[in-house]
Design a protein around this ligand. Structure first.
Ligand SMILES: Cc1ncc(COP(=O)(O)O)c(C=O)c1O
Length: 451
């Protein structure tokens, strides 16, 4: 394509951004058509099929958001009961987060990379204050899998040991290290061999963790860390038995193995406490955080770890663990600082707890009413799952809800499960409307299947 045409095309979309609320019908149509065409030709045609799980209607393109909702190009409102898979705990475009971020954007969005970065310092300090026990030092990253990579590398670096124990069905991301400790066959198989020194054990079974460590030690191997989600999110919101994590903590102490807890999805208030570790009364050696840490405005993730893991080599060369260009950039740091302020000031964990309990109680009624369709509902805070007798019923439900302007979706590792993971600021009216629509959709399924 001619350079002039390319520049003209760039003008088109950038002018749309500049005048985002004054688009003509023709321009909206153009954006929609272009989006479908470019997704098919230059991203992956698979996305068009994949998105069908939510909608057959390719004319719907998302364009703006705010509070508990997002809006399409025609300014049609959709209630967000998926919450960006957990990134929107503080809501969409929360003004208390957005405003400081915009100020930072005006002044200095990215830094020189060479000097000390003040915001990173404040963020490190507040994280040491608000995380459990003696977790003290942070290392920032931009993506969840990247943070998990750092937790694995740090474990090996500071312990000098090799193996990792992880759980079947765990989800820790899809980069090589993170995928190695992820526990779902379809994501792992095409990339084998991954990190070889990983043993997956049954989730929720502390004795299995002890046995794996003991056996490895018996045959002369060394175990660096156990990595677990405190609730398995992508596996379908699997809540382990009470005391499981405490037992695993004791096992790790006994064998001098580090404990990594991946709070990327469960943390930042989502499960009714700021961190799920608090409710479980454990202090991991390394805690991984992400998703809503950037307030739904900037990508921001990282790890926080005990000071004893900061070995001399890391102090001598602070780039040894990693030196990601964009990690802890000023924009992301401001977003995280403002998110933490918002969460503390407004007791967002409590809000998640109360609304979560409300939804769960109502879902229990629906489960009793439609027991042949809905086989289980479970959750903690606003991390809730509905499990269906058959995956098709789950897909049908998500699709029907979307037609009625409620976004939900399945979980990555469990196709029978639909998650409900809305922003903490979701209104009770929206919750009532969702429940009412769920009731109607289940009735449709019952009629359809003659149940
Ligand atoms: C517990 C957990 N760990 C890691 C990840 C990976 O995060 P990202 O998608 O940002 O790489 C996820 C994403 O869903 C997650 O839920």
């Amino acid at each position: 394509m001619e350079k002039e045409t390319l520049v003209k095309d760039l003008h088109f979309i950038l002018d749309c951004i500049q005048n985002y609320d004054q688009l003509s019908e023709q321009t909206k149509e153009q954006i929609t058509q272009d989006t479908v065409e470019y997704t098919r030709d230059n991203l992956n045609p698979g996305w068009l099929e994949y998105r069908k799980s939510v909608s057959d209607d390719f004319t719907i393109v998302e364009w703006s958001d705010g509070g508990d909702s997002f809006y399409d190009l025609n300014n049609e409102r959709y209630y967000d009961f998926l919450g960006g898979y957990g990134i929107f705990t503080a809501g969409h475009r929360n003004p208390e987060i957005l405003e400081p971020v915009l100020k930072q954007l005006e002044r200095q969005p990215m830094n020189s990379q060479e000097l000390l970065e003040p915001l990173r310092g404040y963020l490190a300090k507040i994280m040491a204050e608000i995380t459990p026990g003696d977790l003290n030092n942070i290392f920032l990253t931009s993506g969840g899998a990247e943070a998990v990579e750092m937790s694995l590398k740090l474990s090996r670096l500071s312990s000098g040991k090799n193996w990792f124990i992880s759980a079947v069905n765990a989800f820790h991301g899809k980069s090589y290290g993170a995928l190695s400790v992820t526990g779902k066959d379809i994501y792992r198989k095409p990339y084998l061999p991954l990190i070889q020194q990983v043993q997956h054990v049954e989730y929720g079974n502390a004795a299995a963790v002890a046995a794996a460590i003991e056996n490895l030690i018996k045959v002369g191997e060394s175990v660096a860390a156990v990595i677990l989600e405190p609730i398995q999110g992508e596996a379908g919101v699997i809540i382990p038995p009470e005391g499981y994590l405490k037992e695993v903590r004791a096992i790790c102490d006994k064998y001098e193995v580090l404990l990594i807890i991946d709070e990327i999805q469960t943390g930042m208030g989502r499960t009714g406490t700021l961190w799920r570790c608090e409710a479980e009364e454990i202090v991991p050696d390394i805690m991984v955080f992400g998703k809503s840490f950037g307030g739904g405005i900037c990508p921001a993730t990282g790890i926080i770890f005990k000071q004893k893991l900061l070995v001399n080599e890391m102090v001598e060369d602070p780039c040894l663990l990693g030196s990601p260009t964009f990690a802890g950039n000023p924009l992301s740091s401001v977003a995280s600082l403002a998110t933490i302020r918002y969460m503390l000031k407004n007791d967002i964990p409590q809000m998640c707890k109360e609304k979560g309990e409300y939804i769960l109680e109502k879902l229990m009624f629906l489960k009793a009413k439609y027991s042949e369709i809905l086989v289980d509902v479970r959750g903690v805070g606003l991390l809730i799952a509905m499990e269906f007798a058959h995956p098709e019923e789950g897909y049908f439900t998500a699709k029907e809800l979307f037609i009625r302007h409620f976004l939900t979706a399945g979980t990555l590792n469990n196709s029978k499960t639909i998650r409900i993971e809305p922003p903490a600021v979701i209104s009770y009216e929206a919750i009532e409307a969702l429940l009412h629509n769920l009731d109607e959709v289940f009735e449709m399924i019952r009629i359809k299947e003659n149940k």
